[in-house]
Structure formats: C-alpha cells, structure tokens
Design a protein around this ligand. Structure first.
Ligand SMILES: NC(=O)N[C@@H](CC(=O)O)C(=O)O
Ligand SMILES: [Zn+2]
Length: 432
C-alpha cells in the first residue's frame, strides 16, 4: 500500500471552500484523509510548511505537436514541461499532422501518453475534417474514444452554419466546443495587433474587431441553440465585454485567457523578437486591463496557456516568416502569482478555480478538487520563491518565450499524479 503524507501546507480547494493548514494522506493513488493533524510514522512525507497545496493544475489549451511535428514538441517533452509547470492534466489541441479528427487518433494520443507521458493527457477532437471547415468530423466516435471537447483551434470555424451544427452535435454528448475567434478576412496577413505600435513598427496589423466579430457570432449561436461554447484565448476589451454581457443574459458561454495576454502588451513587439509573435496577438494596455478585470469579476473562467512550441530555427526567422505561438506550461504559474496574486487581482482560491476547478468542470473531468476519495492529483508550490525564467532551461523542446530573463514569483516544487510524485525537488537540485 503506497502512502504519502503531506504535512502543514496551506490547502487550497475552492470546491469545498477550504483554505487552511491541513495534512493530507495519500494512499493507493487516492486522497485518503484531509485533517488538521495526521500522526503517522514511517510514511514518506513532504513537509509543506509555508507552501500551497492545490488540486493538480489543469491546462485545457495545449499544443503537443505529436503526431507530425515532433521537431517542435513530443508527447513526452510536452508532458514533462507540464509536470514541471505544476499541471497534472492537459487537454491537447488537434492541429497535428494528421489532424485528430477520428477515433483512432484520439486513441493513439492516449496510448502514447500512457506509455511516455508524465501527466494525464485528454485529447480535444477536431470540429471539422482536416480542420478544413467544410464537413463535420465524427464527434460521437471521438467522444467514445476519449475526446473531451472539440475545436478547430489555430483556425476559426468560418461557416456559421457549420458552427451551429457543431454546437448541436457536441451538446448531444454534453461536450463543449472551443472556439478560436478570428474573422479571417480581417486578420489575414496580420503579424501583430493593429494600432499605434503596428504603425510605428511598420507591420501589418490584426484588428481587435477580428476577435470581437467572431465572439459576437458565437454568442449569437450559443444563445440560439442553447448549446455551450468556450471562447479560447480572449485578448480584447471588446471580446471580454461581449462575454460579460452574454453571461449576464444567461447564455451558456465560458472563456479563457492566457498568461501572455494578461501580462504583456504589444509594446513587447518593439524589438521584433519573433517570440512575441502569437495568435491572437499581444494587445494594448487597455485590452490587458480588460482581461485582468474579466478574470477578477468572473467573466473569464479559466487561465489556459495555449502552449504553442515551435522549433528554434522556425522562430529564428524574421518576424514576418516566423510561426505564431508562445510556450506557456512552465511560465503560467509564476506569471499568475506575479501578476494576479501579488497584485491582488485574484485570491489564491480564485486562482485555483481558474487553473484547476473550472477547466475540470468545462471538460467534465472528475478532477480539480482535493477531497477524500478523489484521485491524488496535487500540486505543491512555494508562492514566495523568486526565479528567473531561462528559456534554455525549459523542459519543453520549444524555446519560444517572451519572458526569458524575467524574474517571477512562485515556484512549483512537487507535481503529484495519482499519488505518484512526477516532479520533485531533485529536478530543481539537478537543474535537470
Ligand atoms: N496560438 C498560436 O499562436 N498558435 C497556435 C494555434 C492557436 O492556438 O491559435 C499553434 O498551434 O501554434
Ligand atoms: Zn487558437
């Protein structure tokens, strides 16, 4: 009987509204007890005084790149990066080669992840065959094979009629559609946010209206069908405001924001560093403030990384040619602690809601909480520890982070999946 005792940590569990000092006993991969004092000798122990003990973080927007783009990331390297970042479950997007648009590929990813993965992987199936936006992919059979949601992420679903059908089908399995909101006739050819900065830098812009229009359309479709839609990586003040209003009116809509969209503006593009090139693009100060407000007032339910690794040779190209994307798994928690907790935008319990409980709810996963009987997926962090981000020391194969050299607060010390410590202090000591 494998046991693990976590003592004296600040246990944060929004589902049971628990925020206090407790001991947690793990046995056989499950949480066996949460009590003020568990006296047990001869049990492996983690002393968690001054640390936060949270339900394992869940990232519902990750690009693992396998199959097809293993030079960017593999299931192995991506899940190792996730473990390093405190994530115990990640949902991966289907824009691989081949596209995950049928049951066999959903199965393939899960088998590969079970064999080589450090954390749990839940595949997201494509909405349309080959992400072509023309014909619906077989959602039912992908659901049966283990898909947890559907998305054409990377591409918008341009046809409103296809999107309406997708919402109706997905709702038959109570699955959510995750929408990449971008009106392509406006965004096409754009490299960064359209505005003062793009004019100064002489680069073609992506107007915020490209996002706003698609968010508005998806709200209309969710309202009309009564089906659930989740807005990926909302980045604009207008997008946040539309979601806020729709929620007030009872539309079944949820939304996520990425750490880069709540912590950087388009000023970061000034040096033409392609690691700042991302879709949707980094926006203005006003947009960042709106995203922060949206996180604070509950308009934005989830923090998701949109971890989008690319090979360094691809990102080394000039801004115009480099692909869109930022790696996020290992910087998400420090960015959240630094920009949200230390600035009192969110309470610790609200942070855990957005990084664990809410993504679990949206994807219908029985995770995201620390309660007796629950699978022991646990993340332990030191919220005070300060660390400099070094892109050359990431576990991800991707090096494309605009946060290189930044000193951030909050360090993940242990990541525990089904009671097994998959990341521990040795990683840190070895500098592995
Ligand atoms: N976010 C990005 O800039 N890129 C993502 C696709 C996406 O999430 O839209 C990718 O797959 O590289
Ligand atoms: Zn996207």
């Amino acid at each position: 009987m494998k046991k693990l005792l976590i003592t004296g940590g600040r246990v944060l569990d929004p589902k049971s509204n628990r925020d206090g000092i407790f001991d947690i006993l793990v046995e056989e991969g499950k949480i066996k007890a949460i009590e003020e004092n568990i006296a047990l000798e001869d049990v492996p122990r983690i002393e968690a005084q001054a640390l936060w003990v949270m339900p394992g973080l869940i990232d519902m927007h990750v690009h693992l790149r396998e199959p097809g783009f293993e030079h960017k990331e593999t299931i192995k390297s991506g899940t190792k990066s996730a473990a390093a970042g405190g994530f115990t479950t990640i949902a991966c997007m289907p824009n691989t080669q081949p596209v995950v648009d049928q049951a066999s590929l959903v199965e393939y990813i899960q088998i590969k992840a079970q064999r080589e993965g450090f954390v749990k992987v839940r595949p997201i199936g494509a909405i349309s065959k080959g992400l072509q936006g023309e014909e619906l992919a077989p959602m039912g059979e992908m659901m049966d094979a283990g898909a947890v949601a559907f998305s054409d992420d990377g591409n918008p679903v341009v046809s409103s009629s296809l999107m309406k059908k997708a919402l109706e089908y997905a709702s038959m399995w109570k699955a959510v559609i995750i929408s990449h909101c971008e009106e392509p006739s406006l965004s096409k050819g754009g490299l960064m946010n359209e505005g003062e900065m793009s004019t100064i830098l002489g680069m073609q812009g992506i107007p915020s209206a490209a996002e706003e229009i698609m968010v508005a359309r998806d709200i209309a479709l969710a309202r009309y069908t009564g089906c659930r839609v989740h807005i990926a990586h909302v980045s604009t003040a207008a997008g946040v405001e539309l979601i806020r209003r729709a929620k007030r009116q009872g539309v079944a809509i949820t939304a996520e924001a990425t750490p880069h969209h709540f912590s950087l503006t388009d000023r970061a593009v000034e040096g033409y560093d392609a690691d700042t090139k991302v879709n949707p693009p980094l926006r203005t100060q006003e947009d960042v403030e709106a995203v922060l407000k949206g996180l604070q007032d509950g308009t934005i339910d989830v923090i998701a990384t949109d971890h989008a690794p690319h090979h360094r040779d691809e990102k080394k190209q000039e801004y115009k040619l480099a692909p869109f994307g930022i790696v996020g798994l290992e910087t998400a928690l420090p960015l959240a602690i630094t920009h949200l907790i230390r600035k009192n935008i969110l309470s610790p319990l609200q942070l855990v809601e957005k990084m664990s409980l809410h993504p679990a709810r949206i994807l219908n996963l029985s995770a995201g909480t620390l309660q007796v009987g629950q699978e022991a997926d646990i993340t332990i962090i030191d919220p005070q520890a300060e660390k400099k981000i070094d892109k050359n020391q990431l576990y991800s194969q991707g090096r494309n982070t605009p946060f290189h050299g930044q000193s951030l607060y909050g360090q993940v010390l242990y990541t525990i999946v089904d009671g097994i410590v998959v990341k521990n202090l040795e990683w840190i000591e070895k500098g592995e």
